[in-house]
Design a protein around this ligand. Structure first.
Ligand SMILES: Cc1cc2nc3c(=O)[nH]c(=O)nc-3n(C[C@H](O)[C@H](O)[C@H](O)COP(=O)(O)OP(=O)(O)OC[C@H]3O[C@@H](n4cnc5c(N)ncnc54)[C@H](O)[C@@H]3O)c2cc1C
Length: 811
């Protein structure tokens, strides 16, 4: 066995084989895969192996397109052809109009990555799939490239190509230990000796946490038992002149595809079962769980009703095997949080369809540091400290039970809640808060007008529209109070803190204490990596001179890793997370200064404490750090309070606010207001696919300031010119918001993609942000938006339509 290599991939299922192959394709050929048994002997061998192009965002659709192209190429390789039923087509069924609307939105979104779904009615569904009944059916989404593949052949084909390029695979070689050295390299211990390597990849399938434990991490992945059966031959299929399309049914929670001249039918039953929670026998290899058809009787009936011919055939065999899930159903592919030189490709619940694309994106990240798509939706750092085995299990069960039911806008399912709360959560609930979930945090979305107020799940503006309008109105006219919990807060101290940050951000770092600045971090490709508010605090009895680095609530692990990775040996910089210790209360509106002045001593006038200032103070007797920054476009103060004093600060502000008509507002009002101001949202509008010029952030780039991460690449990009430009749009619909991913059309040509959309209650316009072809970025340009299937007139308007000169913010 080799004693040294560049990368060791642990696990030879589809995840490991695809990663290995793609590493060689990206140019790294000194790579090794270690498999404890034979290739595919985990879950992969018994997969139903359907390969769909469907996904709920462009990254997922794009990576699946890569799988499909790659699998087709492998199937057509004359030296090693494999069985792939390419393009049988597939239908996702619907029995409700709102589902159909969702399908129309996903069709609009997929157009932007050149994937063409079709929304068809019930009769057309039955015409394309002659075995289904149209009872209680409205229609469905047609995916023309749906199909299925032989999973073992697929892995062997990938392994064969990887080997040809120089990769080495050792079978029957269990990894039994992982040791990381001071310089970040690893020693991988196996039964057959050790291998040293630079980078380790966990592709261990349901044994993910056995490998995680070897490196001291726990991955939020749980396994469920999942079952399908194969029928005897069905005469109608034998006699048909085409293969049957695949069916996925959110009405009765089953899927179905043709297998020989019969059907393979798989189930997502409500009485589902976790698997392997208390450890997995080392002898569970090429193995299945015991058949358990009793468990699926609830969904079996629905499948029989939809496909009556199932009742007339016998069951040929049953397959019940473990399948992995994460907290949100999407896999974990990318850097392992808190670890250097360690990656994972785990939690794959649709690994055959996605595996080709996931391995591709992971290999790009390993070799180049970033991939062609923004991969936040699969990034392992999107869950933070709360993501343990118990929470993952609860969410896994919920996700399994809803396998084909996509999330509607503003839908937050109940399992595993509340995971993270603040001392204010109960008080806000008593005020009528309806909560949304942000990285596990329960955050007030809006305040309900009555206890039983429950808006419908819809792609249109919902019944909360007027409630949010009223919250915005009071912020605009008087003053509002809003809790922003979970906001990422890192405290950076040490003599080198400013030079360190200067190296990481593309603009200026505020040198004066008492001041706040907005800064952008780029990756080595010159694209947007992160956004941070940097507040420079003076030395006080609360600490030495320091920078408070604030960024999006979900970015806690992501930003910490990025900062830590860029520390130089010997640099005097210390980074400490305050994320779970401090919560922000935002006081916003023209009377915000009056309320603040009534509960905090000192002079808060704009002359003494202007926009972008920071000061330590007390709200009543609660210690607080106040920043005059605004995300909503009104005079506003972010009041950062240690959680122990949060309730006290809230009571004081609430009391002082009585004289000024203070009322509470929530995250949806904030979302509406930031859309009117040209303020951007990390991982919606700020993504690694675009640079700061394309993102309309040129004013935050200071090319004359010296070196910073991404500068060289950014200079080149600037020379080449923007490929897309972020613009604000006025959408001519008062019924439906523009949803992320919707396509902007010039005739039949897609010329842009929406990143965010919401109603601007102060400007009384339906607004959206979108990246568009620069030829269509001028103010006044008219475009057609494919809005849930309806072509809707849309106009490019100035970037910040509300108070463009920022007079209100300055107060
Ligand atoms: C019944 C069923 C039907 C399914 N149908 C579909 C479908 O239609 N479409 C679809 O896309 N997906 C489907 N899936 C899911 C899909 O099969 C999985 O997502 C995929 O196979 C997971 O691949 P993997 O490589 O992550 O894991 P695995 O295939 O389990 O591979 C992990 C490998 O790691 C090895 N390993 C573990 N520990 C070590 C160690 N310490 N040292 C060395 N090697 C180690 C294991 O031996 C194993 O070979 C289905 C799953 C089930 C159970």
């Amino acid at each position: 066995m080799k004693s040294r290599t560049k990368v060791v991939v642990v696990g030879g299922g589809i995840a490991g084989c695809s990663t290995l192959y793609h590493l060689t394709r990206e140019g790294w050929t000194d790579v090794v895969l270690l498999e404890r048994n034979e290739l595919t002997s985990g879950t992969t061998w018994h997969s139903a192996a359907q390969v769909t192009n469907f996904g709920v965002n462009q990254t997922m659709v794009g990576l699946k397109s890569h799988s499909i192209k790659l699998y087709k190429e492998l199937a057509e390789d004359p030296d090693y052809p494999i069985n792939y039923h390419y393009g049988d087509g597939g239908i996702r069924l619907a029995n409700a109009e709102e589902q159909m609307k969702g399908y129309r939105h996903f069709t609009s979104m997929a157009r932007g990555v050149d994937v063409h779904f079709e929304v068809i009615d019930a009769e057309e569904c039955a015409r394309r799939h002659p075995l289904i009944s149209t009872d209680n059916l409205i229609g469905g989404l047609w995916d023309p490239l749906d199909g299925d593949i032989d999973p073992a052949q697929l892995c062997q084909a990938l392994a064969r190509r990887a080997r040809k390029a120089g990769a080495v695979i050792y079978r029957n070689t269990p990894v039994i230990g992982l040791k990381q050295h001071e310089d970040g390299t690893w020693t991988v211990e196996t039964d057959h000796g050790d291998i040293d390597c630079d980078i380790i990849v966990n592709a261990g399938g349901y044994r993910v946490n056995e490998i995680g434990a070897m490196m001291g991490v726990h991955h939020p992945v749980a396994s469920m038992e999942h079952q399908y059966f194969l029928t005897e031959e069905i005469p109608l299929i034998r006699e048909a002149d085409h293969r049957m399309p695949l069916i996925r049914c959110p009405i009765s929670d089953y899927y179905c595809r043709q297998e020989k001249n019969g059907l393979l039918v798989g189930f997502y039953e409500q009485e589902c079962k976790l698997w392997g929670m208390d450890g997995i026998s080392p002898h569970f290899v090429n193995a299945l769980c015991p058949d358990d058809l009793d468990r699926v009787t609830d969904v079996l009936e629905g499948a029989f009703a939809r496909m009556p011919s199932l009742m007339e055939v016998g069951i040929h065999s049953i397959v019940n095997g473990p399948i992995t899930y994460t907290i949100d159903g999407a896999p974990l592919v990318g850097p392992i949080p808190g670890k250097r030189n360690a990656f994972c490709i785990i939690g794959l619940r649709a690994g055959l369809g996605e595996g080709g694309g996931l391995g591709w994106l992971l290999a790009q990240q390993i070799v180049h540091g970033e991939s062609c798509y923004d991969t936040w939706c699969i990034d392992p750092r999107r869950f933070t400290g709360h993501a343990n085995a118990e929470l993952t299990s609860l969410k896994a069960i919920e996700d399994y039970q809803n396998e084909f039911r996509f999330h509607f806008p503003h839908e937050h399912r109940p399992a595993g809640r509340p995971a993270k709360t603040t001392p204010l959560t109960a008080a806000l609930a008593a005020e009528g808060a309806e909560f949304t979930v942000v990285n596990g945090w329960e955050r007030a979305d809006y305040f309900k007008p009555s206890v039983d107020f429950k808006p419908s799940l819809t792609f249109d503006f919902d019944e909360a529209f007027e409630v949010i309008a009223a919250e915005v109105r009071n912020v605009q006219d008087n003053v509002g109070l809003c809790e922003v919990n979970g906001f990422n807060r890192l405290e950076i101290t040490g003599a080198d803190r400013l030079t360190f940050l200067d190296r990481l951000v593309c603009g200026n770092v505020t040198r004066r204490t008492g001041r706040v600045g907005l800064a952008y971090l780029l990756n080595h490709q010159g694209m947007i990596k992160s956004e941070a508010t940097l507040a420079h605090l003076p030395a006080t009895d609360r600490g030495p001179e320091r920078i408070w680095y604030g960024s999006a609530a979900v970015s806690e692990f992501h930003d910490m890793d990025w900062l830590q990775q860029h520390l130089r040996p010997g640099e005097d910089v210390h980074i400490r997370s305050l994320t779970n210790d401090q919560t922000i209360l935002v006081l916003a509106g023209p009377r915000a200064r009056d309320v603040l002045g009534a509960c905090a001593r000192g002079n808060w006038s704009p002359e003494v404490f202007p926009w972008l200032s920071v000061r330590e103070t007390f709200i009543g007797f609660a210690p607080a750090t106040v920043m005059s920054v605004s995300y909503c476009g009104e005079l506003a103060y972010e009041i950062h309070v240690p959680n122990a004093s949060l309730y006290a600060a809230y009571l004081t502000l609430r009391e002082a606010g009585k004289a000024h008509d203070l009322s509470m507002f929530g995250a949806r009002a904030v979302e509406s207001m930031r859309m009117e101001k040209g303020f951007l949202h990390w991982k919606a509008d700020l993504i690694t696919e675009f640079d700061p010029y394309e993102t309309s952030l040129a004013r935050f780039v200071k090319l004359d300031k010296g070196e910073f991460v991404g500068k060289a690449a950014l200079l080149k990009r600037k020379e080449n010119g923007a490929r897309r430009k972020l613009v604000t749009l006025h959408v001519a619909s008062s019924k439906t918001p523009a949803h992320k991913g919707s396509s902007l059309m010039d005739g039949e040509q897609v010329v842009g993609t929406v990143t965010s959309g919401d109603w601007g209650h102060r400007v009384e316009k339906n607004l959206a942000y979108a990246f568009v072809d620069p030829a269509f970025a001028e103010n006044g340009t008219l475009l057609q938006l494919d809005l849930c299937g309806y072509s809707t007139s849309t106009k490019v308007i100035p970037f910040s339509p509300y108070d463009p000169t920022f007079m209100r913010v300055r107060g």
